[in-house]
Ligand binder design. Sequence first.
Ligand code: BG6
Length: 467
Amino acid sequence: MKERPTAIIIFGITGDLAQKKLIPALLDLYANKCLQENFRVIGMARREMTDESLCEYIFNTIEKIGHNHSKKLVEKFLAHISYLSGDFSEPRSYEKLGKFLAGQDAESDECSNKLLYLSVPPSLYDVLFENIANSGLSIPCAGEGGWTRIAVEKPFGRDLETAQALDKKLSLLFSEEQIFRIDHYLAKETLENILAIRFGNAIFDPAWNNKHIDKVHITLLEKGGIGARGTFYEDVGALRDVGQNHILQMLAFIAMDDPKEWKSLAIRERREEVLAHLQLQKDAEIIRAQYDGYRSEDGVGKESQVETYFRITALLDLPKWREVPFVLESGKGVGENEVSITVYFKPKQSCVCSNPTDVAMPYNKIIFQIQPETKMILRLYAKKTGFGMDIEPQNFTLSFAKPTERLKDAYERLLFAVLKGDQTTFLSSKEVRHAWQFITPIMKSWTDSELIFYKKGTRPKAKDIVK
Ligand code: BG6
């Protein structure tokens, strides 16, 4: 049977995300024959361009980023791309898009599947939703079999109230099965491996609770500053940018119950349960900081109070996690690139060893590293070789990437999943709501006086940052 054509409509095709992530991911999917032959990417953005000049622009960008495809293959891929210039606030732009799509469908004599991908600043979501609705673009034309889906990037809203308003609008236009809310961390190799390791091995489950786990430390630390994203960052800050989403999802993967199967509904429900029970540990230290020099970055206000670093501690109001602190920390310009989750187990009260005072109380830990490498490190104690019975810590490392294998980028997995209609690695409406329910009161409670400053390349001092 002939496959129904697919139209991938990227709003904001000339932007950073589309150029650096979406197009390279689509190119890789194409090269790996994961895209059917009769697909078309229709890019829309404000600037005046032709199909040819957009393709030249894309060609230059992907050359700069680097790839391992032949020129012939890249050219074949680019032949699938069309461009329409349009102002997103103008209904005419959507009429133009509608006509273009109808023309394509008439040509192939079939109604195509349609993916509407919003790769635009969140401030434009409202206007896009409205125009998409008014132009009828949200209505699948295919009836049976064909689909229309929408992919929306994070941050989804600015706080609980705006997120709920956005969700309400979106749910009037699309059913939940059509909505793909993106948090690219859900498609990271290490995160998927947390589930594989936790639920694929019988040894972890009995120890995965407050009886055995002492604390969990989640970090998303970046060496670089905000780069050219000053205007975007001024509007969000660190807590909204990565705290409300990536960090809370890492927490959900660590704390969720066994979904028993790799099925979207089961996995999303288990993540929702965790996020619904988040609480702030009130007596724990809270740090909200900004790196020196942030205020001189392009697009940043001279008196900006926006945080580029935060450190808070969450608890989960769930019997098996009660009193286990989850330290959540993220910062830009902190002098190291480290994205990881460290699970600290409770120390042993004794050891069969001759150096109990040297090792203090032995404790195990597991580090799930997301960046710079995708791996898991298990810290165990073992005997030092030779006479005597001294023990020492040893790290057992399991790499999630085979040396000969290229890891698939999260966006490649996400696009593949949207096209297949698999929502496992996308946020549900409830997850977004619960995450904002936790984050919004924290943001509201922050006052400008709490902002502290740190030297770029260092990590803000905290009394008890765990090493
Ligand atoms: C994005 C944030 O969502 O995630 C960026 O907007 C952050 O500020 C990035 O740098 C981190 O993602 P990754 O995949 O580079 O770890």
